[in-house]
Design a protein around this ligand. Structure first.
Ligand code: NDP
Length: 483
């Protein structure tokens, strides 16, 4: 007998609500229908914003110790129910069970960091007397909550990227409306349950499910929404930026990240790190390694071993502990990647291994001889494909790395300090990882890119800065306190 389909509800102002229409959610590994979620309407968005207006007031008036207690309690709830969160991620997304476990642990960390950072929302004192005529003034900067935050998230980290927006929003005393990716909305709904359990006052958090193309415009354009925190693709980010008008936006967009391997590097370490960086989450990782530049004298050895290691990766069922690579998020995306591989081959690229697609599964693929102008070289592939190219020098590696419309993170392997510093200065990215691939992130670090990779920085402390406004306070005294 067929399993009954779970009809999920969305959360608006603390109430679970059905929609008039639904969106079907599928397991990308099996193609099985696993749930439906409401397809929110413009009216639902308006309702969520009205709730968030009172939520923002409640949130701003919560003492910091209460915000901290709620965030800690929500983190502990997720920790105690880890199995549920892991299963949800595995079911709806591309992640294998081992990858999902890591994401849940990071989500708990993100919420605990948010609780800790709530106590450090501080401001500078201002030495007014530096300006003649201002000797009688003293003052400081006070940070206050921005108000309503719209948090629009992608499919590839369906839990922790929600935590990266909701945790700082609550720590800073804001209300937040989450719009998760339609392909993976279930983790965000389970995430909200943790906050209801933790006693977050109603109205502070809503999770509205629905198609971005329909509900994001009324959300993003609304004057009462004061910050749009977006993580997703470049084109969507560009559209949101245009629509947002005069309000703050945070744009965490894509990349086609490079990693440079020089001849003095620890090659074994470099291979281990770049194989994992290229193929984790089936390459659907914003800082995943897409382009590898290897110095000529070690190129052939590197390539041979890299291909050998890639061939050892096990593509398969997400629930199997031995699986290294799961499916891509949809057949449409898998077909796009396959098309880009075929196009590159026609333009002269050599497939060193992989290259085939079955349904949503794409084999881990290593390409060489890829022409500079090929789509797969210039665009974000967001699939399990890596390009390896020989370089004559560090300078050439830096030049190729920078030849991209993106600039999220880059990696370089070298044992030489001077070389590392040259790379740090000359690589145009939001982060440069030495003796690591581009694929390095902890939840406390400032994370974000330049150029087409976005605007602003995530990482709990930095999001709290973005989600607060500065207010200057100045006192005029009868006489200068400095005399
Ligand atoms: P999309 O840009 O397709 O979607 C992201 C979110 O935007 C979804 O919730 C989507 O809703 C919504 N959306 C879609 N259309 C619109 C619209 N017109 N206006 C407003 N919102 C809209 O990205 P993906 O989900 O495919 O995620 C992959 C991308 O995310 C990659 O480029 C990746 O690099 C990037 N990313 C960046 C990270 C970073 O920190 N820099 C981290 C992780 C991913 P719906 O699902 O309903 O269409």
């Amino acid at each position: 007998m067929a399993k009954p389909i779970v009809q999920e509800r969305m959360l608006i102002g603390g109430e679970w609500i059905h929609g008039k229409k639904g969106i079907e959610v599928y397991d990308p590994g099996t193609g099985e229908l696993i749930a439906t979620v409401p397809s929110a309407t413009e009216e639902d968005v308006e309702f969520a914003i009205q709730k968030a207006k009172s939520g923002a007031q409640k949130s701003a008036s919560l003492p910091v110790h209460e915000r901290m207690a709620i965030l800690h309690k929500a983190a502990s709830y997720i920790e105690e129910n880890q199995d549920v969160y892991v299963k949800t991620i595995v079911l709806e997304s591309s992640k294998t069970i081992r990858e999902a476990r890591k994401e849940v642990i990071r989500c708990i960390e993100t919420l605990r960091l948010s609780a800790e950072e709530a106590r450090r929302i501080e401001g500078d004192t201002i030495p007014f007397s530096q300006m003649p005529g201002h000797e009688n003034r003293v003052g400081y900067v006070y940070r206050f909550p921005i108000g309503i935050v719209a948090a629009i998230t992608p499919f590839n980290d369906p839990l922790n990227l929600v935590a990266h927006k909701v945790g700082p929003a609550i720590a800073a005393g804001n209300a937040v409306i989450v719009k998760p990716a339609s392909l993976t909305p279930l983790s965000a709904l389970r995430f909200a349950e943790a906050f209801l359990y933790a006693g977050l006052p109603k109205d502070i958090l809503s999770v509205i499910t629905g198609h971005g193309s329909i509900i994001c415009e009324p959300l993003v354009e609304h004057d009462d929404v004061r910050f749009v925190s977006f993580t997703g693709g470049y084109e969507t980010g560009k559209e949101i930026t245009k629509k947002a008008g005069v309000k703050k936006t945070g744009m965490e967009l894509g990349s086609n990240s490079p990693t440079i391997i020089l001849k003095d590097a620890n090659v074994k370490e470099a291979i281990h790190s770049t194989v994992s960086g290229a193929f984790g989450v089936a390459g659907q990782n914003c800082i995943g390694v897409q382009r590898i530049y290897v110095e000529k004298s070690i190129y052939q050895t590197f390539l041979t071993t890299f291909v050998e290691e890639t061939k050892k990766l096990k593509v398969g069922h997400k629930n199997d502990e031995k699986t290294d690579i799961g499916p891509m998020i949809s057949e449409k995306e898998a077909k796009r990647v396959e098309k880009w591989i075929i196009e590159a081959k026609k333009q002269g690229a050599i497939v060193q291994c992989g290259g085939r697609r079955i349904g949503t599964f794409v084999e881990p693929t290593v390409l060489t001889n890829v022409p500079e102008q090929a789509t797969i070289a210039t665009q974000e592939v967001f699939g399990p494909v890596v390009l390896i190219q020989s370089i004559n020098s560090l300078e050439e590696g830096i030049e190729y790395s920078n030849k991209s419309g993106y600039g999220l993170q880059a990696g370089i392997f070298t044992e030489k300090l001077d070389t590392a510093f040259q790379a740090i200065h000359e690589l145009h990215f939001g982060g440069v990882m030495i003796n690591d691939s581009s694929d390095v992130r902890i939840d406390a670090m400032p994370f974000g890119g330049i150029k087409g990779s976005g605007l602003g920085r995530e990482g709990v402390k930095y999001q709290i800065e973005a989600m607060t406004e500065q207010k200057v306070v100045a006192f005029k005294l009868q006489r200068s306190p400095f005399l």
